[in-house]
Design a binder for this molecule. Structure first.
Ligand SMILES: CC(C)(COP(=O)(O)OP(=O)(O)OC[C@H]1O[C@@H](n2cnc3c(N)ncnc32)[C@H](O)[C@@H]1OP(=O)(O)O)[C@@H](O)C(=O)NCCC(=O)NCCS
Length: 131
């Protein structure tokens, strides 16, 4: 398994992964936006790859607000530290752009984010993570 920057050819597999994990949301995740993201900031759309199969992905948003979105790992590959590794890499790449903190909006159990060193902050964008 390796973590790498995304490529245009990955789009179909990324979208399928997001659909399978329930993260896909058409207005934001449409192909045109993915192409733009990959052309401009491939280091902020990372994938985990195993034998040419995309088994994980994560997005970093570096804008007015900095956030980490759409972290997903294929069901068959969960609980092996891939999510944690993806998070570590996207944190590193956001930090390299100058960010010091990122927002995470998620309905996963708080226990999960606690384990990854996140701080709970309330309902909306309910977690932050130090970078
Ligand atoms: C969330 C997700 C990315 C985690 O991927 P993963 O590769 O299984 O995560 P890891 O193996 O790196 O787990 C990191 C730690 O969290 C724990 N963990 C993983 N999933 C958990 C869960 N659902 N609830 C509580 N703890 C969990 C692991 O046991 C591990 O702890 P450890 O280091 O003490 O062993 C994956 O479950 C997924 O794709 N979920 C569906 C998509 C989703 O809801 N994404 C979040 C949207 S923001």
């Amino acid at each position: 398994m390796k973590i790498r920057k995304s490529k245009i050819n990955d789009i179909e597999q990324i979208v399928n992964l997001w659909k399978e994990t329930g993260l896909y949301f058409e207005p934001f995740d449409k192909k045109e936006r993915l192409i733009e993201k990959i052309k401009n900031e491939p280091e902020l759309l990372l994938v985990a790859e195993d034998k040419e199969k995309i088994i994980g992905a994560v997005i970093g948003n570096y804008g007015w607000r900095v956030s980490i979105d759409h972290i997903a790992v294929d069901k068959e590959y969960r609980k092996h530290g891939i999510g944690k590794t993806l998070l570590g890499e996207i944190k590193r790449n956001l930090k390299a752009k100058g960010a010091t903190i990122a927002l995470i909006d998620s309905n996963l159990p708080k226990k999960f984010w606690d384990k990854l060193g996140c701080n709970y902050r309330g309902k909306y964008y309910n977690y932050t993570i130090k970078l």
